[in-house]
Design a binder for this molecule. Structure first.
Ligand SMILES: Cc1cc2nc3c(=O)[nH]c(=O)nc-3n(C[C@H](O)[C@H](O)[C@H](O)COP(=O)(O)OP(=O)(O)OC[C@H]3O[C@@H](n4cnc5c(N)ncnc54)[C@H](O)[C@@H]3O)c2cc1C
Length: 392
């Protein structure tokens, strides 16, 4: 099936045992509607249910059909930037606050979806001498701030080991969250695409949802649901492949390489899941089309063979979309009255997406915007017109 570089399979995480959710037919109402049933939307729903809200959740496809169920499965503390870069960009206080909040979020993710998380740490491996120096700077800054990090030199290369990070099965996690949300009273619909949001009415092809509040928890393609965010987020396609179980290598924890451009992990059954080389695809990868391409897939396969030194056959090839911001900080704000947007995690949304979901509910329901302000203040209420990066 995957002989072709353009094969588009289910992600390696899919065990094929999910029963699709029903589709919305007719008009319905709720206290809150959550658009997007990925990890962020499902965490929002969990928080809303905890506050006794009547919740409807919808997805254009199904649970975790986007990046949330098709990603590399890394659970990394911090936001997009490495810690020392974050300190330079946002100042020590905010960088520390973001790092501390994500450190707290990882065990919450593990607790909410038991059995899906492996607390094995992660490695940042340098691709060249300059990156080795950068790893040393990162280590020094993390140690100065009392954050767990160790120097690593071994079979995986040279760089850092971050013991508090981990790996997880992102799709099973989301499916578990969705099943529990339904048991706890949320009404979830699949194949229910939002065509427009008018006030707090959500228009879909087969019905209208009337709600007190709307949360748009869509990372990849956020700007298509909320056009006012065009210019502040930009969607990219990221691609992955996985191979058959192999004993050719033993990789104990997730590895990110070349500043995170390549990332891989070995699953408990021995398969390697590998992503990256987006820059190899050039401008074409700024795309709303989550389809594998021959250019990136052939580069990934070559990397699997030459760098990871695995010859096992490729069994899965897939792609998904993730939204990037110029600041590296997510969008988390009320974009219209009672309409909240969260996304733009710049390729690292597994942990920070859940964090944003909790902060959004606090801000919207409790009127407590302090957590979001403290973490992501720059993007909180900014009405910024960004310059050149979108044209790159
Ligand atoms: C290949 C790849 C690898 C990655 N690896 C990692 C990693 O290892 N670690 C990490 O932290 N992050 C990683 N990321 C980023 C991470 O996956 C995402 O930031 C995160 O999963 C976003 O989750 P979400 O729930 O916010 O949004 P999404 O997963 O984007 O979910 C949005 C949902 O909204 C639905 N939707 C979209 N448009 C509409 C509409 N009009 N109407 C209704 N529903 C709609 C979609 O179907 C989708 O299910 C990776 C991303 C990709 C693509």
């Amino acid at each position: 099936m995957t002989g072709s570089l353009l094969a588009d399979t289910a992600p390696v995480w899919d065990d094929g045992r999910w029963t699709p959710l029903p589709t919305l037919h007719g008009d319905v109402s709720a206290d809150a509607v959550v658009i997007g049933l990925g990890g962020s939307g499902l965490t929002l729903i969990e928080e809303l249910l905890r506050r006794d809200e009547r919740v409807i959740g919808i997805d254009a496809h199904d649970v975790a059909a986007g990046a949330a169920g098709r990603n590399g499965g890394f659970l990394l503390a911090g936001a997009y930037d490495f810690y020392h870069d974050a300190v330079r960009r946002y100042g020590r206080e905010r960088a520390r606050a973001i790092y501390a909040a994500t450190l707290e979020e990882i065990p919450r993710i593990a607790e909410a979806a038991p059995g899906t998380v492996r607390p094995v740490g992660s490695k940042r491996i340098a691709a060249n001498a300059a990156e080795i120096r950068d790893c040393r700077e990162q280590l020094a800054m993390m140690q100065a701030d009392g954050l767990p990090a160790e120097w690593y030199e071994g079979t995986d290369g040279v760089g850092l080991f971050i013991p508090t990070d981990g790996a997880f099965d992102p799709l099973t996690r989301c499916r578990m969250l969705a099943a529990r949300a339904r048991r706890d009273g949320a009404t979830l619909f699949a194949k229910t695409r939002v065509d427009a949001i008018e006030g707090t009415r959500v228009l879909t092809p087969h019905g209208v949802i009337h709600a007190g509040r709307v949360f748009v928890a869509v990372d990849g393609k956020l700007e298509t649901v909320l056009p006012e965010l065009v210019g502040r987020v930009r969607t990219a396609r990221l691609q992955m492949l996985a191979c058959a179980p192999t004993a050719e290598v033993r990789i104990p924890c997730p590895v990110y390489y070349r500043g995170g451009y390549e990332y891989w992990q070995q699953l408990p059954d021995g398969r390697i899941a590998l992503g990256g080389l987006r820059d190899h695809g050039g401008m074409e990868e700024w795309s709303l089309e989550p389809k594998p391409t021959a250019t990136v897939q052939s580069a990934l396969e070559a990397f699997l063979r030459s760098h990871i030194k695995v010859s096992a056959p490729v069994t899965h090839r897939w792609a998904a979309c993730a939204a990037y911001t110029e600041t590296g900080l997510p969008i988390l704000e009320q974009v219209r009255e009672h309409v909240w947007a969260l996304g733009g995690y710049s390729g690292t949304g597994n942990v920070i997406g859940a964090l944003c979901a909790r902060a959004a509910v606090s801000a919207a329901l409790d009127g407590d915007s302090a957590p979001a302000q403290r973490l992501f203040g720059e993007s909180w209420s900014a009405k910024v017109t960004h310059g050149g990066w979108l044209a790159q």
